[in-house]
Design a protein around this ligand. Structure first.
Ligand code: FEO
Length: 400
């Protein structure tokens, strides 16, 4: 049966993953305009070792690719780097088809395999940093807790200098024909990698830095993540991108996000955005929180040093789409950034109060840029002056 091609990554190492262009929302929440790839790899020669599986929905073609690659030989091991079902979803069927296959994970993996699939036999548990010889290959297992779940680990094939990095270095986006970094449209790949990082892993930026430090001690020739591209030409490039994201290093720029019902708050946001540009801010991105996808807005906010939030009040509370954004930002624990605030109302002010509370709860993660602006009904000349003042102060701070 024809489907995704089996693609050699190195001698006796094959990509046998799946491209998903039918799931609308990853984790039920995050849009997939370019799809997503579930990367799995089969290593042959001596022992036959599968690294990760695919989402259960794609089991049919996946089993075909395994059988074709094995060509009648047994499947000896599955390395289970991560138990989120986009990677582990095929384990139960795989064990039915290959009853003698051993599953390799850590103690937390074993517990999750039991909880998800009722499987408790034939599991080999490894410890952090342990080296295990599997046939002609020597694997080092490195635990990377919370990147993305507590059981997460990476597997380093020391024989071939290949790092199977699980979610680390992964990105959204099915690969369009080519799976390697030298075959891809890097603009799409890096953008989708950042969106994956910020929204899926971003809360765990500190553990991600620790995982990165561990990975850096390895002599890596090829990086094979569980999503996105295989980095064979320039693995250092993806490591640099990942480190910048994990350190929350920002570029000079300001994201202006507004929530509006009748356009009055949109006019405020547009005024501030124009004033930011006039004050020399090199990058200004404007989002209508009702229309821009929250994962894209959050990725923009992650990458820039300044943020202006302008929101109307709704039923004596903050406009609900803006409140949802604030909850998502709080979950990410962003640090070292600057925020300007503007609230609007007509008869019962709540927006500026709730925006201010967001900044206060961040305990310095967001430094307030004055003036805070409160506008009744719609922007008038004195309000416009305050908007210009906020933009000028924001520009001076982030450029300084
Ligand atoms: Fe790609 Fe955390 O799973």
């Amino acid at each position: 049966m024809y489907g995704n091609e089996i693609i050699p990554v190195a001698d006796s190492v094959f990509w046998i993953g799946a491209h998903d262009r039918t799931t609308d929302k990853f984790e039920g929440m995050w849009p997939l305009p370019h799809g997503v790839a579930y990367n799995a790899y089969l290593l042959t020669g001596g022992k036959n070792i599968l690294v990760d599986t695919v989402k259960e929905h794609f089991i049919g073609g996946f089993l075909d690719r395994i059988a074709e690659t094995l060509d009648g030989h047994p499947l000896d091991y599955v390395i289970v780097n991560h138990m989120e079902p986009d990677h582990s979803g095929s384990l139960r069927v795989l064990r039915d088809v290959y009853p003698n296959v051993k599953l390799i994970g850590n103690a937390k993996t074993a517990e999750m395999i039991k909880n998800f699939f009722g499987i408790s036999e034939g599991i080999v548990t490894v410890s952090d940093g342990e080296t295990v010889e599997l046939g002609r290959r020597k694997f080092v297992f490195v635990f990377t807790p919370m990147v993305h779940w507590p059981e997460s680990m990476i597997a380093y094939d020391a024989t071939d200098r290949i790092l199977f990095s699980s979610d680390i270095f992964g990105g959204f986006g099915a690969t369009d024909g080519g799976i390697f970094d030298d075959e891809a449209d890097m603009n799409i790949a890096v953008g989708e990698m950042a969106r994956y990082y910020v929204n899926i892993v971003g809360r765990f930026a500190a553990p991600a830095l620790k995982a990165l430090a561990k990975a850096k001690t390895l002599d890596i020739g090829i990086i094979c993540p569980a999503h996105g591209l295989v980095w064979r030409t320039d693995p250092g490039h993806v490591a640099d991108i990942y480190e910048k994201l994990s350190r929350q290093e920002t570029d000079e720029g300001v994201v202006v996000v507004y929530g509006t019902m009748y356009g009055n708050t949109a006019a405020v946001a547009e005024r501030i955005a124009r004033a930011l540009v006039k004050n020399g801010v090199p990058r200004v991105h404007v989002h209508d929180i009702v229309r821009s996808d929250i994962s894209r807005v959050t990725t923009d906010i992650w990458s820039m040093s300044g943020l202006v939030l302008a929101s109307c009040t709704y039923n004596m509370e903050l406009f609900p789409p803006m409140a949802r954004l604030l909850r998502h930002l709080e979950n990410k624990g962003m640090k070292g950034r600057y925020a300007g605030l503007c609230g609007t109302f007509s008869w019962a002010e709540a927006s500026l109060r709730e925006l201010s509370a967001f900044v206060e709860r961040s305990k310095g993660g967001w430094a307030l840029v004055e003036p805070k602006i409160l506008i009744k009904s719609n922007m008038k000349a004195p309000d416009a002056e305050l908007c210009d003042m906020l933009a000028s102060n924001m520009a001076r701070i982030i450029k300084g």
